[in-house]
Design a protein. Sequence first.
Length: 74
Amino acid sequence: MGKNLVGNHIRKLRFNHDEMTQQQLADKVGVTRQTIVALEKGKYSPSLELAFRIARAFHLPLEEVFFYQDNTKP
């Protein structure tokens, strides 16, 4: 059985928002920079609450920041 992952566009969005740093985003949403690093690397799936806070920081709907990757093979 494969992994089901939540992917994101955080890195790209940061650069499109005046090259926002990981620390600036972390401060905006109330987490550590290390959490943002882990999210960008796909090593961590955020809580629903954090996902909404990140989407709100970019003024975007959740679906434009996060996506579900179904990597299961039949």
